[in-house]
Design a protein around this ligand. Structure first.
Ligand SMILES: [Zn+2]
Length: 135
């Protein structure tokens, strides 16, 4: 229950900081997450956001989350909430990719996923730095 309260506390903290108060954001947990990171990081959490209805689920991978320090958990939650914030753009790109031929879609989809992750991480670093929580 301590973990659940801490996840909810971090989620609420970043929801307020990122001005996402109109979003319904639900925490979920799983034992492990399939890691699709191009850089080979262990997936700590994942975001599934629907900007049309302003609903999102942040799924915590317990196998990785429980090994993380409080600082790393804070970073992970910041990162996932940045994905929520960026989800209207992500959703737009997903819809545009559907218009491409399968071969072009494969190229642009990988490119977009890489860019999306780099931008989310960049924004996360800026936010943590501004809040004095980077170190
Ligand atoms: Zn990410």
């Amino acid at each position: 229950m301590v973990r659940k309260r801490e996840v909810e506390r971090l989620m609420e903290k970043w929801r307020n900081r990122l001005w996402l108060s109109q979003w319904k954001i639900t925490p979920a947990t799983t034992e492990t997450l399939e890691d699709d990171s191009p850089r080979g990081y262990e997936a700590t959490a994942a975001c599934d956001a629907d900007p049309t209805y302003r609903q999102a689920t942040i799924t915590i991978a317990l196998d990785v989350w429980d090994k993380r320090s409080a600082r790393r958990q804070n970073r992970s939650m910041c990162h996932e909430m940045v994905h929520v914030m960026m989800s209207p753009t992500t959703h737009l790109f997903d819809e545009m990719l559907k218009e491409l031929s399968p071969s072009k879609r494969a190229v642009y989809e990988k490119w977009y996923r890489d860019v999306d992750e780099v931008q989310a991480e960049h924004l996360c670093n800026v936010l943590l730095d501004v809040m004095g929580e980077l170190k």
